[in-house]
Design a protein around this ligand. Structure first.
Ligand code: ZN
Length: 233
């Protein structure tokens, strides 16, 4: 067990569910925070609740460590972004090669808000599922960005915060394997059946790797990672 208590940025997706399991394995007390910023599909917000309920029901030791869930209304983000996440626009790659699901710098904002909540609740480790190994190119997912942010948040709030990103150097196949290591097939099954990753908000039929359209950048990463993981198993 590590010292201190943790606050996990939890969206209900594969990555943040794996991070939540990681935190529950390593910290005596863990809380979760999520952001409602007018996602086109409330599927994602529903997935959060279902995953939390499944972790509580299926993993009694984790249930004891899992505290409050904080849901923050960030509707204001819908006013300052015009992307496929918040508007009915087709997923396209923009000129910089980023999917236009990009809400510029949103992880900076999410961590800052998480730090403000963590400050009040003595949760000084902030955990996020950012990764720069298999990712869509968002610069605010990069290790350097988050290390710089850790320094800025700690200085600006006058106390030491640690940002943990357990997935940073894992590819998607390794993320599946981490889930298996942390919670066995029960956790893998929870992630497959309940977590939500698809940018289009599509649930559709249950595939081997979970629900989703199978073609958007998020589904493609999830599906190919699962297939690579299965091929190695
Ligand atoms: Zn999809």
């Amino acid at each position: 067990m590590r010292n201190g208590h943790a606050l996990v940025l939890f969206s209900g997706g594969q990555d943040s569910t794996t991070c939540l399991a990681w935190a529950l394995q390593h910290f005596a007390h863990v809380e979760t925070i999520g952001f409602d910023y007018g996602q086109r599909h409330h599927v994602e917000l529903q997935a959060r609740q279902e995953v939390l309920a499944a972790l509580r029901a299926g993993f009694p030791p984790w249930n004891e460590r899992l505290g409050e869930d904080h849901m923050i209304d960030l509707a204001v983000l819908g006013q300052i972004s015009d992307t496929a996440l918040t508007r009915a626009t087709a997923i396209e790659m923009d000129a910089a090669g980023l999917p236009n699901t990009f809400v510029p710098g949103r992880n900076l904002l999410f961590f800052q808000l998480a730090a403000a909540v963590g400050y009040r609740r003595a949760l000084h480790t902030l955990v996020g599922g950012m990764c720069e190994t298999d990712y869509s190119g968002y610069p605010d997912c990069r290790d350097d960005t988050l290390k710089a942010l850790q320094v800025a948040v700690s200085l600006g709030m006058g106390r030491r915060f640690t940002i943990e990103t357990p997935l940073m150097w894992l590819d998607k196949a390794q993320t599946w394997e981490l889930a298996r290591t942390l919670g066995g097939t029960a956790l893998v099954d929870t992630i497959i059946t309940l977590s939500h990753t698809c940018y289009l908000g599509e649930r559709g039929p249950l595939h081997a790797w979970g629900h989703g359209c199978g073609h958007c950048p998020a589904c493609a990463l999830r599906r190919t990672g699962f297939e690579r993981w299965q091929a190695k198993a």
